[in-house]
Design a protein around this ligand. Structure first.
Ligand code: PEP
Ligand code: MN
Length: 292
C-alpha cells in the first residue's frame, strides 16, 4: 500500500482531462500576449528584489532588450533572517507598474501572505507563490479564487505529489492558470558548491502527470551565477516551458544587491541564454518526448 494513497490531485491530472490525456501538450497560460506553455519556452527575468526605482527600471529595460517575455521582481521578499532586506512593499509594486509601462513587459511578483493578496493582485499580471509558501493552504485557496495566473514554486523539500497537491488547491478553487516552477531542492550538494540541487528530472515527470506548464528557475536552483546559463539551457533540453532568471544591472556588483546577488546574471548573459534556446530545441526536438 502506498504511503501516498491520500494524495489526490485529480483536477490537475493529465490522465483525467480528455483534451490533454495521451498528449504532452500543456494548458497555455496567457499573460497579455505571452503564452506560457505555447510554441516556445518563455523567459521571465528581473531583479530578485525591487530595491529602488532606478535599479528596477534599468534592469527591466535591459531584460526587455535581451529578449525576456515577462518581468519579475519581488516587492516583498521571504527572507530567512528577519534582519535581511524584506522588500519595499507597496512602493515596490508601484515601481514594477512603472517598469511595465516603460517596457511593455507584464509583471510577475510574489504574494507572501493572504493579507497582501488584494493589493498584489491589483498590480501583478502573475502572482508568484514562493517555495516557502507552497504548503500555505489558505494562501493557495485564496489564489484559487483570483483570476490572475499563479506561478507556483516547488517547496524546497516537497515531493512531486506534494507540489501537485498544492496546485490542486489553486485549480479546484476555479483558477486553472497555474504555472509550476522547479527551483531546486534540499539535497547533498547544498552549500558546498550550489545553493540548492536543481531537480531537472522532475520536469518531464510533472509534464507527464499534469496538464500544467512547467518552468525552471536556474537562479535559485544553483545559487551561482556562472552555473545559471548551463542550467537554464539544460532545463530547456528537459522540456521546460519557460525559465525564471534573476538579473543584475550590467555593471552592478553582486555584493551590492540586497538579495541573491551571487546568482544574478548580467543582461548580456541573459541575452546569450535567450539566443541559445533555439539551438537546444533544435537538438532535442521542440517538444520533449514524455510518457503521457
Ligand atoms: C525568489 O523567487 O526570489 C524566491 C525567494 O524564490 P523561492 O521561493 O524559490 O526561494
Ligand atoms: Mn531571489
Amino acid at each position: 500500500m502506498s504511503v501516498h494513497r491520500d494524495l489526490d490531485w485529480r483536477s490537475v491530472s493529465r490522465a483525467r482531462r480528455d483534451e490533454y490525456a495521451g498528449t504532452h501538450r500543456p494548458r497555455v497560460v496567457r499573460v497579455g500576449t505571452v503564452e506560457v506553455g505555447g510554441a516556445r519556452p518563455v523567459v521571465i527575468a528581473g531583479p530578485c528584489a525591487v530595491e529602488s526605482r532606478a535599479q528596477t527600471l534599468e534592469i527591466a529595460r535591459a531584460c526587455a532588450d535581451a529578449g525576456a517575455d515577462l518581468l519579475r521582481g519581488g516587492a516583498w521578499k521571504p527572507r530567512t533572517s528577519p534582519y535581511a532586506f524584506q522588500g519595499l512593499g507597496v512602493e515596490g509594486l508601484e515601481i514594477l507598474a512603472e517598469a511595465r509601462a516603460t517596457t511593455g513587459l507584464p509583471i510577475v511578483t510574489e504574494v507572501l501572505d493572504v493579507r497582501m493578496l488584494a493589493v498584489v493582485e491589483q498590480f501583478a499580471d502573475v502572482l508568484q507563490i514562493g517555495s516557502r509558501n507552497m504548503q500555505n493552504y489558505p494562501l493557495l485557496t485564496e489564489a484559487g479564487r483570483t483570476r490572475k495566473p499563479v506561478l507556483l514554486k516547488r517547496g524546497m523539500c516537497a515531493t512531486l505529489q506534494e507540489w501537485l497537491c498544492a496546485a490542486e488547491y489553486v485549480v479546484r478553487g476555479g483558477n486553472e492558470d497555474v504555472i509550476l516552477c522547479e527551483r531546486g531542492i534540499r539535497a547533498l550538494g547544498n552549500g558546498e558548491y550550489d545553493r540548492n540541487t536543481l531537480d531537472l528530472n522532475v520536469v518531464p515527470a510533472a509534464i507527464e502527470r499534469t496538464w500544467l506548464p512547467v518552468i525552471v528557475d536556474p537562479s535559485h536552483g544553483t545559487g551561482v551565477a556562472s552555473m545559471v546559463p548551463r542550467a537554464a539551457l539544460a532545463a530547456v533540453a528537459y522540456g521546460a516551458h519557460g525559465l525564471l532568471i534573476e538579473v543584475l544591472a550590467e555593471d552592478g556588483k553582486p555584493e551590492d544587491a540586497r538579495c541573491d546577488g551571487d546568482q544574478g546574471v548580467r543582461p548580456s548573459t541573459l541575452r546569450k541564454v535567450v539566443e541559445g534556446i533555439p539551438a537546444v530545441l533544435g537538438a532535442v526536438g521542440a517538444e520533449s518526448e514524455v510518457r503521457a
